[in-house]
Ligand binder design. Structure first.
Ligand code: NDP
Ligand code: 2IT
Length: 450
């Protein structure tokens, strides 16, 4: 049996219930076959065996009191996956679906994504099965404080630097940082995504969405195409979706869809960004509110979705930006996109396309930017926030955005050239995985058997 198949079987055998983690490992290691065949030093150094086991998995209890005085108990996680090229770095996700499989798939992806950014960051991820929906501001604060009561002993500006992800934005980072400062009596760059008046970076809020569109521009430029005047589909309606839409509109494109956990909106006149920000950033309510304020828009509740299909991907578009969650785009959805003329998919979310959907994109030879390359702009600007904190100097919006743009171009060029080097021209899955892996694996070899 091949080295790669051995690793896939090992992961399934050791962690039988971790489906998302199996999926992420399979996707990465299968695409490493060309480099593993060419250079046997990786197998001889047991690099894959080492990569699939996190340096450390921290599981803890979070106990907090709600507004009615009821005591609630949640599970908390921080998975410190690999620090060969820098301190552990990656977001925190607060969502009821969070479990070890989800945090491990995200942490595993983060190793290669962070490597692609060219910055010095290892891979980690954390979170909780806490559901922020319907909670008061005070409940969110008490939960964040309780979460930090355990997390603080594991993190540090040179050890492990968490940030946001689903359910964790500027508000939560504020409460987490306040409690970290209280417990440690330190003010340092231990979290990114901070507010601008106490150590945050300009462009961090926008970075994942803007970066994902910059990545799409690079893919399209190779084919003499642009986004100007084009219809685009976006899923999700949180941080990544909102700033994807903002950048698309700045470039003259017309995003027509958004979605959330309850349903989707199709607005043939193009998404009203101010209305969307009001609904999701200020009021924090469902997208049903959007159609009440916009007569050109249609709402479909998730209860009415055709079985096994995500209707966002069945609206004809030129480019698609999955920006909600994992496995939100399956093989049927991918076929519909291709059939309706979509020539570009740039993933804002982590692992939004199933393995079967990815195969459809690759065989149809459309521009396909896998998440770990296309959505690396968020963590890249987190890295720039760490650089600003370390030098105690804030940068301007223009300068930071220029650095983000350059990093996205460099990731595209690196993935593209690496694919070519291994005889797989145009396949950015192979290019991004090999390029991200090579840097980390070589660092592990340099640093000895540990
Ligand atoms: P937010 O919490 O800001 O927004 C998430 C959006 O996705 C919301 O609209 C939410 O709906 C929807 N959503 C979440 N879970 C589900 C689900 N199971 N089914 C349907 N819709 C769902 O998160 P972000 O925008 O930050 O994250 C979105 C994706 O981007 C995630 O995959 C994340 O890992 C990835 N990502 C985020 C980065 C960042 O910097 N924030 C960086 C790189 C990747 P509702 O409003 O109803 O909750
Ligand atoms: O998936 C991701 O890259 C993030 N959620 C951002 C992580 C970070 O450290 O900024």
């Amino acid at each position: 049996m091949s080295y790669v198949n051995n690793i896939i079987n090992l992961v399934k055998e050791k962690y039988p219930e971790q489906a998302e983690f199996h999926q992420a490992v399979k996707e990465v290691v299968e695409s490493l076959e060309p480099i593993l065949k060419k250079c046997n030093k990786y197998e001889n150094s047991a690099i894959l065996e080492r990569l699939i086991i996190p340096d450390r998995e921290i599981h803890f209890r979070v106990t907090w009191e709600d507004d009615n005085g009821k005591i609630n108990v949640n599970r908390g996680y921080r998975i410190e996956f690999n620090s060969a090229i820098g301190p552990y770095k990656g977001g925190l996700r607060f969502h009821p679906s969070v479990n070890p499989s989800i945090i491990k798939f995200l942490g595993f992806e983060q190793i290669f994504k962070n490597s692609l950014t060219t910055l010095s960051m290892g891979g980690g991820k954390g979170g909780s099965d806490f559901d922020p929906k319907g909670k008061s501001n005070n409940e969110i604060m008490r939960f964040c404080q309780a979460f930090m009561n355990e997390l603080f002993r594991h993190i540090g500006a040179h050890t492990d630097v968490p940030a946001g992800d689903i359910g964790v934005g500027g508000r939560e980072i504020g409460y987490l940082f306040g409690q970290y400062r209280k417990l440690t009596n330190r003010f340092d760059g231990v979290l990114t995504g901070k507010a601008l008046n106490w150590g945050g970076s300009l462009v961090r809020k926008e970075a994942t969405g803007y970066g994902c569109v910059y990545f799409a521009q690079e893919m399209l430029r190779q084919r003499g195409e642009s986004l100007d005047g084009k219809i685009c589909s976006v899923s999700g309606s949180g941080n990544v979706a909102i700033y994807t839409i903002e950048k698309l509109q700045q470039l003259g494109a017309k995003p027509v869809t958004i979605s959330d956990s309850k349903g989707m909106v199709y607005d043939k006149d193009g998404i009203d960004l101010e209305l969307l920000k009001e609904i999701k950033e200020v009021k924090r309510v469902s997208l049903e509110e959007y159609v009440k304020n916009k007569s050109s828009a249609q709402y479909t509740s998730i209860k009415d979705y055709p079985k096994g299909k995500n209707p966002v991907w069945h609206i004809p578009c030129f480019a698609a930006f999955p920006s909600a969650t994992q496995n939100e785009l399956n093989a049927d959805d991918a076929e519909a996109l291709i059939k309706n003329g979509c020539i570009c998919v740039s993933e804002g979310a982590n692992m939004p396309s199933t393995i079967e959907a990815v195969h459809k994109f690759i065989s149809a030879k459309i521009c396909y930017g896998p998440g770990k390359a296309a959505n690396a702009g968020g963590v890249a600007v987190s890295g720039l926030e760490m650089a600003q904190n370390a030098s105690m100097t804030p940068w301007t919006f223009e300068y930071t955005d220029k650095r983000l743009h350059q990093i996205m171009e460099d990731i595209f060029n690196n993935a593209s050239q690496t694919a070519k080097e291994f005889g797989e021209e145009g396949n950015l899955v192979i290019g991004a995985n090999i390029a991200g892996f090579r840097k980390v694996a070589d660092a592990m070899i340099d640093q000895g058997v540990i």
